[in-house]
Write a protein that binds this ligand. Structure first.
Ligand code: 5GP
Ligand code: MN
Length: 342
């Protein structure tokens, strides 16, 4: 956003409005944290705010302030579309293409209200009225929201403990607890300010990470003992889970989150994938170390995208075919995967 656009957004949010915050399908800690922080901020400025999530969000985020007010499009499409239609202003948070909003996408495409996009994914399109997009330099959408509130809108004084907690969750979850996408001093400056609001980072870590059910930890064990394949000659590993596997371990939404990172944690592995079967397709998570670009890989071979070191993809045929496509595709990147570390 240039100076003029910042002034325009400021004037848009300086008088009471009905504002809708839209987040992406299968929202993660960054999407939920960003939306809740924005909702609390905008409410404190006198707006009526609704958060629309295309589908349910993980249980480990349900302790977050106001998370019980998030409306699920998958539960009440008509009501959500009406709320969208009746709004004056729409924020799109943590995604940059309408296709990532599931059932809401046609209503969102058709909507005439001004749309403000705050996001950190690569290759933003140009169909938003206002865009604050920093794919290179920013850990998370939550970090961008901090700058949006504190600097662009000059409302740092409005940030309170609840907003700080929500932004903290966004940054921590999108950086794997400060293990990737955080080689930037601004991330730490933002965290320093958030922590100054007396949030309890240790408690938040417990609430977010130490919440496995027994079946979820056993599913992880099964992935590592039985379903992990290492392709040494490509510095790559993959794990796959069929529908039967997931049923056996009493799968609940979110149970596979984080499993892909175990595939990457071996010393000789630079690229890891997790395939798991959903109702209508196979979902894939990709993670990498260093310069290997998972976003390019996901876009080229699996109808997906994301960031350099973390992307997602989709496949609409069988698991066997997905794994074949993967193993063949990996061969094309052999030089990059085996290149010496800088
Ligand atoms: P995850 O593996 O956690 O599902 O996704 C990792 C990252 O890739 C997230 O930042 C997410 O926003 C992005 N991502 C996941 N799936 C897709 C997809 O289908 N398309 C695009 N463009 N990005 C995705
Ligand atoms: Mn994010």
């Amino acid at each position: 956003m240039n100076k003029q656009e910042i002034l325009e957004v400021k004037s848009l949010i300086n008088s009471p409005k009905r504002i809708v915050l839209v987040i992406h399908y299968s929202p993660d800690g960054d999407a939920i944290g960003s939306a809740l922080a924005m909702a609390i901020y905008l409410q404190k400025k006198g707006h009526i705010v609704h958060i629309l999530s295309p589908n349910p969000f993980p249980d480990f985020l349900k302790w977050m302030p106001q998370s019980d007010t998030i409306l699920l499009v998958s539960n009440e499409l008509e009501r959500c579309e009406q709320i969208l239609q009746a709004s004056d202003l729409i924020f799109c948070l943590d995604f940059n293409v309408f296709e990532r909003t599931g059932l809401l996408q046609s209503a969102l495409k058709a909507s005439q209200q001004p749309k403000i996009m705050l996001d950190h994914h690569l290759y933003p399109p140009t169909y938003f009225d206002y865009m604050y997009s920093e794919p290179e330099k920013t850990s998370s959408t939550a970090e961008l929201i901090y700058f949006f509130i504190a600097e662009m809108m000059e409302d740092k004084h409005i940030i309170d403990k609840q907003i700080a907690e929500c932004l903290y969750v966004g940054i921590i979850t999108d950086t794997g607890s400060l293990s990737y996408s955080c080689n930037n001093d601004s991330t730490y400056k933002v965290l320093q300010d958030l922590v100054s609001h007396k949030i309890d980072g240790e408690r938040i870590h417990q609430l977010v990470y130490q919440t496995y059910t027994e079946s979820r930890i056993r599913l992880l064990g099964y992935c590592l003992s039985t379903r992990l394949t290492v392709l040494d000659e490509y510095a790559t590993s993959f794990i796959y889970l069929t529908k039967e596997d997931l049923e056996r371990f009493n799968y609940k939404h979110g149970d596979v989150d984080g499993i892909v990172n175990y595939g990457l944690s071996m010393i000789n592995v630079r690229f890891a994938a997790l395939f798991y079967q959903k109702e209508d397709r196979i979902r894939i998570s990709f993670r990498s170390k260093g310069d290997f670009d998972t976003n390019v890989f996901a876009r080229n071979h699996f109808e997906g995208g994301g960031h350099k070191n973390a992307s997602g993809g989709n496949f609409y045929r069988s698991m066997e075919e997905a794994l074949e496509v993967f193993k063949n595709a990996v061969k094309l990147y052999k030089n990059q995967l085996l290149a010496p570390w800088e």
